[in-house]
Design a binder for this molecule. Structure first.
Ligand code: NAD
Length: 295
């Protein structure tokens, strides 16, 4: 049993913290929203009077926050956690953020003897609840091995991608590909429908042919083709368009840094930004199929 501090109890962090409680760890939680804290405390976690108190004596500090500025603020900001975490503790940041922030935070924490890994996840809210997330870790091997048993309580595939920041690079590569696959699948389905095909029949044909991909297998964007997916629930739940647009922005920043050509990713980023700008930011990202519908 480990002593874990968990900070950021939103759609992902809340259920991840609950899975650590279920695995028998001593989990102290913190969030800016008291209601989010109360939910996890009701499942057996504890909380503290202040953010610094929540990390006191923790073996592991896990954060699951929206973006890089929140992570940098949490650890390095005015009276940041750098002043309160015990040397030798391991910080696991599972937020999806930019590589530059990972390098900055991990370097500054290391100067104080605090270890850090980036460990963004894939698998969505369903995976967070079921404890089946994939973790893509950046950091050194010793820290990876130390974190692995803890991460295994929240996920089923735990990968070491490389040095600090490599987890974030793996995550943006995956999500850029996912955005391209979702856009392409939507375009193909709409083309079929515009030419009189039943999307269920077309989906089945492509699923058994060379167009097969994850979106057709488990996340069809066309309403009524599959049950229990966001497209059959007015695109509610799932992975928000705003978050996909954020991840595509991170992919573009990464591509600029490495001077990589990403024509498909660039187009996908524009499509999702346009879609979000039309008021669909809180809808699931599979609603991108609406961009291809004729008026
Ligand atoms: P969310 O907005 O639901 O939750 C974020 C939580 O962090 C909120 O409860 C907020 O109050 C809290 N928070 C923000 N700043 C804080 C601070 N300084 N101290 C304490 N708490 C603070 O977001 P989410 O959907 O849980 O996503 C979290 C991260 O995981 C994001 O980086 C996202 O890109 C990534 N992610 C999300 C999904 C998904 O399907 N939702 C999937 C994979 C990865």
């Amino acid at each position: 049993m480990a002593k874990v501090a968990f900070i950021g109890l939103g759609n992902m962090g809340g259920p991840m913290a609950v899975n650590l409680v279920k695995a028998g760890h001593q989990v102290c939680v913190f969030d800016l929203f008291p209601e989010a804290v109360a939910k996890v405390v009701a499942q057996g976690a504890t909380t503290a009077d202040s953010l610094p108190a929540s990390v006191a004596g923790a073996d592991f500090i896990i954060s699951m926050l929206p973006a890089g500025k929140h992570v940098e603020g949490l650890y390095l900001g005015d009276d940041g956690l750098i002043n309160h975490i015990s040397p030798g503790s391991l910080v696991i940041d599972s937020s999806t953020i930019d590589k530059a922030t990972v390098i900055k935070v991990s370097t500054v924490l290391a100067e104080k003897g605090i270890n850090f890994i980036d460990a963004p996840v894939s698998g969505g809210v369903g995976g967070a609840q079921a404890g089946t997330l994939s973790f893509m870790v950046g950091g050194n091997e010793a820290d990876f091995n130390k974190a692995k048993p803890i991460l295994e309580n929240m996920g089923k595939n735990i990968f070491l991608a490389g040095a600090h920041g490599a987890g974030q690079v793996a995550k943006v590569c995956n999500n850029m590909l996912l955005a391209i696959l979702m856009s392409g699948t939507s375009e193909a389905l709409q083309l079929g429908m515009d030419n009189g095909l039943d999307p269920k029949v077309l989906s089945e044909i492509m699923l058994q042919s060379s167009g097969r991909n994850w979106t057709l297998e488990v996340y069809n964007p066309c309403p009524g083709v599959m049950e229990n997916v966001p497209s059959s629930n007015d695109y509610n739940g799932g992975f928000m368009t705003d978050l996909m647009a954020k991840d595509l922005g991170l992919a573009m920043d990464t591509a600029v840094q490495s001077q990589s050509a990403t024509p498909m990713g660039t187009l996908a980023r524009s499509l999702f930004a346009l879609h979000a700008g039309k008021g669909n930011g809180s809808k699931d990202f599979s609603s991108i199929i609406k961009m291809f519908e004729k008026a």
